[in-house]
Design a protein. Sequence first.
Lengths: 215, 215
Amino acid sequence: MVTTTSSAVKSRPETERKRTEILKAAIEIFGAKGSTNGTLADIAEQVGMTHAGVLHHFGSKQKLLLEVLAYRDQSDVAELAEQHIPNGPALFAHLVRTAFANALRPGIVQVYTVLSAESVTDRHPARSFFEDRYTVLRREVVAAFGELCAQEGVTDTDTIGHASASILAVMDGLQLQWLLDPSAVELAEASEFAIQAIVNGVLRPGPRIGTYVAD
Amino acid sequence: MVTTTSSAVKSRPETERKRTEILKAAIEIFGAKGSTNGTLADIAEQVGMTHAGVLHHFGSKQKLLLEVLAYRDQSDVAELAEQHIPNGPALFAHLVRTAFANALRPGIVQVYTVLSAESVTDRHPARSFFEDRYTVLRREVVAAFGELCAQEGVTDTDTIGHASASILAVMDGLQLQWLLDPSAVELAEASEFAIQAIVNGVLRPGPRIGTYVAD
DNA sequence: ATTAACTTACTGTCGAGAAAGTAAGCTTTG
DNA sequence: CAAAGCTTACTTTCTCGACAGTAAGTTAAT
């Protein structure tokens, strides 16, 4: 019943290589044009075949799209020894490192940004992918905060929830601004600052905003 | 030679009303399907005419799209007395209020989220709209920080830059997560927390992240 | 000789925009 | 004030171009 994500019974190694080549091309095209505007023919052209050839490998555009997303995620943790995002407070450091890595690969950042936003539209094929993704990521950040807060004697589950979502949110939001104008935003440094500020906001809550307003 | 953005020499008041009706329908459709997938026919149907009727009013799909964005922005400050975003530290309070307002209008939030991300793609008609928008908003937030920091005796222009981008970023990022799963994220409360944390991060910088990591 | 990896050729669908027509309203002039 | 002439607000209909997916044939490796 497993839908053979990849590398299952693919006899020819040449085939597997071609598939990855197509996936990489798809990342580029979907990144440049979005999944709606990027066409199978665009992708096919980049790997030197016809759009029917691409369909031969992936069955449909939708299946290709989902494989692209899975591939991207997997390549995200590929360099890590454990093949999985770190647990505990080290996660925050990992997120910062990710931001630094992302500043060097605008292509991948762009697919992700474009597709995640596209996915909120009606019945988008990648919708549940992103829903699940954020659910999982938030849970991991919440867990990291759990450990950290135990160390520091803070227990405000509401705040932890807000902070967890916020950390993922700043990273995404900064990516958008950076893609629009890379010279205006320092993706890595700004992410680092924001993550730090949010973590500190949980551990050592400061004054409310109104405090600073004159009137 | 001026392309009469709106309400210029539009003799008939009925006409102006129909235009706004179309704009509102377009917000709904573009929000639900994105600007690429939402069709003129969809929009036309919602106001009871044909797609050609819509073109009669707006000339092309692209022009309609740009007018939708302008309309949305203008309606954002419509309630404010001065018809402009507040200056100085009051801006932070305004942003929090905006987040609370947004939690009640998912439709508008969705158009904005979908279109802003779509706009980073090649030669998207709304690209410069969003580029300009973020440039302006960042400048306003930087200015607000300027005043605030003068009060509190902080002067780190780099940090201020990062914080300004980050505040806009969290707001956007939280919207995305909230659109994907409204029950998982408290848009308003999380935004308030994050903005607060970032402002405090500028005024009272805390320890770096590494501090908390065990190893 | 069979299967994988394609290609070519075709189908169906859909969407933007142009063209041309129509019905109603305004405006000008005597 | 009324008819001619013009403008606005559409509709119907058509064209043109994309694009996803399918089917059937071709080549080459095992």
